[in-house]
Design a protein around this ligand. Structure first.
Ligand code: FES
Length: 96
């Protein structure tokens, strides 16, 4: 990693990276979570970092889309116990 470049005002610090960041992908699982793939930071409204649970697939974070997780905003698998009618689903292209 290169040294940061501090501008004269010291209000902004630029850090160059040898490799560009990889793009983030979000996969919407019908009736399930939003699966985020890529390097992301999850923060609460005050800006505090939230630590996601260890993922089954490295480099992924599952965000609850059903609203029933006890570890919100992260998915805890509760959506699997809900009846289909109570879980939001992604509209099909024909519905848009
Ligand atoms: S989407 Fe999994 S608990 Fe809500």
């Amino acid at each position: 990693m290169e040294s940061p470049v501090v501008l004269p005002s010291a209000a902004l610090v630029l850090v160059s990276s040898p490799t560009p960041p990889s793009p983030v992908t979000i996969i919407v699982k019908p009736g399930g979570p939003y699966v985020v793939q890529g390097s992301v930071a999850i923060r609460d409204r005050e800006g505090n970092a939230l630590q996601p649970p260890l993922p089954k697939v490295p480099g992924t974070v599952k965000l609850c889309a059903c609203g029933h997780s006890k570890t919100h905003p992260f998915c805890d698998g509760t959506h699997k116990t809900l009846r289909d009618a109570s879980v939001p689903t992604t509209p099909s292209p024909a519905d848009r």
